[in-house]
Design a protein around this ligand. Structure first.
Ligand SMILES: [Zn+2]
Ligand SMILES: [Zn+2]
Length: 388
């Protein structure tokens, strides 16, 4: 396949970009160096338009095809941010900033989309426009949401969107995807239990917030085990419990708990939010205390549109011949979901081989995946906007 051969030629150049990003990781919206380099490269490729500062530090590049007879516009997205992890790979191009690391492979995603951009700007064998979306703050900041709220979709009239993530455990060059819900909605909650602190030898004169909290933690487990259809995916985890005393003989006055909720279905998400509130306040009241819940919705479910998933599978099959079109969904979350809530599209996994998992200090993106990923990005544009 010609696309793949071109990317094999470009591999040393794209790899050099990737390793440069890897050496200079930046967090959340503070991706000024990365975004600056992305914008500079896009201009050097001859992109028709390059705009910085979308969604604070996002970059958008536009490439016009040889023709534009039907007003077609396809968006291709990569993420640019790293993680607050201390790198332990020992690589000669390891992070130069202690405590920051490209441990999710966004350096690879950005480099692969830049490779696709260079090829598309050289060849322009499509009828319409490609919008290249480089977003900040995928790791918790909602950079995708910020770019959408900045008006990106309407400003460039984007009609469909495609994104990709590398995945350890899948062979390099193999793809995996599924139609419908691919990744979960991730919400978070904070519970504050108040009672009456006091001497641990006089529990009858106190309202013991530790005991109230223990009952709440156990009761919350019934949401998943008793309240939700066992065939629906759900996680309810209380992850942090903090009393306001560290003594062995004090009944604390206040206990704070934090946790996460993962769901795949909006009806289940609504149900969980309501039940957490009912169980927390009801349990605390029953035991003589009081409690509040602050429930924050995070990234929505990542939903691949049926038709667009089929297009993504077709292109992936032409690139590598190895596509799992029915991969199990993951309970992790992804803020490409904000783009998929605006326009139909698909999100695909690309194998990273037998490496440490993403977010592990020994993880590294495999550069051998680059020709496959760049070919898929470019192939999506060419397939969805065939040359007139
Ligand atoms: Zn990540
Ligand atoms: Zn990631």
């Amino acid at each position: 396949m010609p696309v793949k051969n071109r990317f094999a030629e470009m591999l040393p150049e794209i790899t050099a970009w990737r390793r440069d990003f890897h050496e200079h990781p930046e967090l959340l919206f503070d991706v000024q160096r990365t975004a600056g380099k992305v914008a500079g490269l896009l201009r050097s490729f001859g992109c028709d338009e390059v705009v910085e500062g979308i969604g604070r530090t996002g970059v958008v590049g536009v490439i016009h095809g040889k023709t534009d007879t039907a007003g077609r516009v396809v968006g291709l997205r990569a993420d640019m941010d790293a993680l607050p992890i201390h790198e332990a790979t020992g690589l000669d191009y390891a992070s130069r900033t202690p405590g920051k690391m490209h441990a999710c492979g966004h350096d690879g995603h950005t480099a692969m989309l830049l490779g696709a951009a260079k090829y598309l700007a050289e060849t322009r064998q499509f009828d319409g426009k490609v919008v290249l979306i480089f977003q900040p703050a995928e790791e918790g900041g909602g950079g995708g949401r910020e770019m959408v709220q900045d008006g990106m979709i309407d400003r460039w009239n984007i009609q469909e969107v495609y994104g990709m993530h590398n995945m350890p455990g899948i062979p390099v060059g193999h793809f995996a995807i599924r139609p419908g819900a691919l990744m979960a909605a991730a919400d978070q909650f904070e519970i504050v239990v108040t009672g009456k602190g006091g001497h641990a030898a006089k529990p009858h004169e106190c309202i013991d917030t530790t005991v109230v909290s223990a009952h709440i933690i156990v009761a919350l487990q019934t949401i998943a085990s008793r309240g939700v259809d066992p065939l629906k995916q759900i996680v309810v985890s209380v992850c942090t419990v903090a009393t306001d005393s560290t003594a062995h003989n004090v009944i604390p006055q206040v206990v704070r708990m934090k946790g996460t909720v993962r769901t795949m279905d909006p009806a289940v998400q609504d149900y969980v939010q309501r039940r957490i509130s009912e169980i927390v306040t009801g349990t605390a009241t029953a035991l003589g205390g009081a409690a509040t819940v602050d429930y924050q919705r995070g990234y929505p479910v990542t939903v691949n549109a049926e038709a667009n998933t089929a297009y993504a599978v077709e292109v992936a099959a032409s690139v590598s011949g190895h596509v799992d079109a029915d991969t199990p969904p993951l309970m992790g979350a992804e803020d490409f979901s904000f783009l998929l809530n605006e326009r139909p599209g698909a999100y695909i996994f690309l194998g990273n081989g037998d490496t440490a998992m993403v977010h592990h200090p020994a993880y590294n993106f495999d550069d051998n995946a680059i020709p496959f990923g760049s070919s898929w990005y470019a192939g999506m544009a060419e397939a969805r906007m065939p040359a007139a």
